[in-house]
Design a protein around this ligand. Structure first.
Ligand SMILES: [Zn+2]
Length: 116
């Protein structure tokens, strides 16, 4: 790929960069709660209650968890997807920029040589 093609491809990616503030990093994990209150039959029977949490891992291995309820689960799933899409688009741009670090095949010098 020529550098001008890389620049054009980069412009195209940049124009449709899925920028939004509605992003989250982490993953959804299904848990089961067994001790939500005293004398609960479902807890006592070992069936428990399904429970969804967002877990976020930080550098160094520290993690945070956020309990989610109801419509939050779908929203968090969407925000995780938004983050993934944005990150993938940024990665693609970085890959194109590697191309720009290479010696150009289309420098003013080679253009002059072609014309001559
Ligand atoms: Zn219970």
């Amino acid at each position: 790929m020529l550098q001008k093609d890389a620049l054009r491809a980069r412009k195209k990616l940049l124009d449709r960069l899925p920028v939004t503030g509605e992003i989250l990093r982490g993953s959804l994990v299904e848990r089961r709660v067994f001790r939500h209150k005293a004398n609960c039959e479902k807890c006592a029977s070992g069936e428990g209650h399904p429970h969804t949490v967002l877990t976020v891992t930080y550098r160094g291995g520290r993690t945070r968890q956020f309990s989610l309820h109801g419509e939050q689960i779908a929203q968090v799933a969407q925000w995780l997807e938004n983050y993934k899409n944005l990150r993938e688009a940024l990665e693609e741009i970085c890959e194109l920029n590697h191309q720009l670090l290479r010696p150009s095949e289309d420098t003013p010098a080679t253009r002059a040589r072609k014309k001559a």
